[in-house]
Ligand binder design. Structure first.
Ligand code: S3P
Length: 426
């Protein structure tokens, strides 16, 4: 796809529903007794993978893409049936890892597989704790990767000190903990997104969070809910940054989820000197939302490291673009997790920004960006990573000349209408 230069971006928009919350709504809705109605559901390919996997396990799920409403007719905690075929997770790491926590407790064996990217992503991080709880995993090709089979076991609770701050790992263990004998807890090196804990609470599960430890008591029954999914801050991030770095711009993104375990991008924008304001701040059943307004700003570099990293992990590609437009140096540390996302996001950002003439270097756990120089148009290889494609659609709009993005259609994973929405502001 060819990205045309934009001179200014003005207007307001709402972005599609939060990906993390949409996945969890399908999973908890499937395990609850009765009908869970979800509004604002993200119609991205990843969340559709979650729907199809649970349909394969006997759950009736009605999806209405024209209204973004999903009705899940849950059969209760013990109501899943053995899938007749492979559970295909597509590109979705969240489906793979969270669903594995549920499969670990089922009285049947299932096989999980996905696309070429999923087949490279580390699954040992969930296989290890779920095996400690009593499940058994068998990788069919490459050790500790998809495709794999899960044979559910009679689980017992564990207290797990996770080596990574990962909500997918934490959630897999907590979901398995719903079925275990005794309590299950997970302690993380830094707090990751807590959507599973918040949604457990609304479905009536006994869950406690203290510092970086979450503890679940096995559930007897989950009660069906209404879930209104807020806009995804990870999708809003492209427009937040676009509004800040494009001349003469002002953008308002309405109804964005600003859960404090996800709002690191807002802190970084402020630290870099952004003109950013939040209005209509509301708490919607555990998940706070706000309208976010940004105006063109003169930005300066900063250091991003430590406990904030899990709160902005998916936004680092677009933060790197922002850093390229900021004066001075931006250093991103403690972000080695970027190497095991949909692509190796350290290498892919460094290669593509270098191609646009940015002074950037990769480090072991992040990158160093010397910003403030104009960007040149280039051919960008997205590596079929949705966040890379969207980040470079913004960078490309500000480069001299036309930027070509290879594999641009992969935005379909989390934001199918991204290019149309961007076009409406330009
Ligand atoms: C997610 C957690 C994060 C994030 C992913 C969604 C979730 O992954 O990168 O896009 O919904 O739990 P990790 O937990 O592996 O860091």
């Amino acid at each position: 796809m060819q990205i045309r230069h934009f001179n200014q971006l003005r207007g307001e928009l709402t972005v599609p529903g939060d990906k993390s919350i949409s996945h969890r709504s399908i999973m908890l809705g499937s395990l609850a007794k009765g009908t869970t109605e979800v509004t604002g559901f993200l119609q991205g390919a990843d969340c559709l993978s979650s729907i199809s996997c649970f349909q394969k396990m006997g759950i009736e799920i009605e999806n209405n893409p024209s209204t973004n409403t999903v009705r899940i007719h849950g059969n209760g905690l013990h109501g899943l049936t053995a899938p007749a075929t492979i559970l295909d997770v597509g590109n979705s790491g969240t489906t793979t890892r969270l669903m594995s926590g549920i499969l670990a407790a089922q009285p049947f064996t299932s096989t999980v597989d996905g696309d070429a990217s999923i087949r490279k992503r580390p699954m040992g991080r969930i296989m290890k704790p779920l095996s400690l709880m009593g499940a058994s995993f068998h990788s069919l090709e490459k050790e500790q990767c998809a495709p794999f089979t899960v044979s559910g076991g009679h689980l017992h609770g564990i207290h797990y000190a996770s080596p990574v701050a990962s909500a997918q790992v934490k959630s897999a263990i907590l979901l398995a903990g719903l079925y275990a004998e005794g309590t299950t807890s997970v302690t993380e090196p830094a707090l990751s997104r807590n959507h599973t804990e918040l949604m457990f609470e609304s479905f009536g599960v006994d869950i406690k969070s203290e510092g970086t430890t979450a503890t679940v008591t096995p559930a007897k029954e989950l009660h069906a809910q209404h879930i209104d999914v807020p806009g995804d801050i990870s999708s809003a991030a492209y427009f937040i940054v676009a509004g800040l770095i494009t001349p003469n711009s002002e953008i308002t993104v309405r109804n964005v989820g600003i859960n404090p375990t996800r709002d690191g991008i807002l802190t970084v924008c402020r630290n870099m000197g952004a003109d950013i304001t939040l209005t209509n701040v509301k708490q919607d059943v555990g998940e706070p939302v706000a309208d976010i307004t940004v105006r063109t700003s003169s930005l300066h570099g900063c250091t991003i490291e430590g406990d904030i990293i899990p709160k902005l992990i998916d936004e680092i590609p677009i933060i790197a673009i922002m850093a390229a437009f900021a004066d001075g140096t931006t250093t991103i540390k403690d972000a080695q997790e970027l190497k095991v996302k949909e692509s190796n996001r350290i290498d892919v950002m460094v290669d593509n920004l270098s191609a646009m003439g940015v002074d950037i270097e990769a480090t072991d756990d992040g990158m160093i960006i010397h910003g403030g120089k104009p960007l040149h148009a280039a051919t960008i290889d997205s590596k079929l990573d949705h966040r890379i494609a969207m980040s470079f659609a913004i960078a490309g709009g500000l480069a001299d000349g036309d930027t070509e993005i290879l594999g641009a259609e992969c935005v379909n994973i989390s934001y199918p209408t991204f290019y149309e929405d961007l076009g409406k502001l330009g």
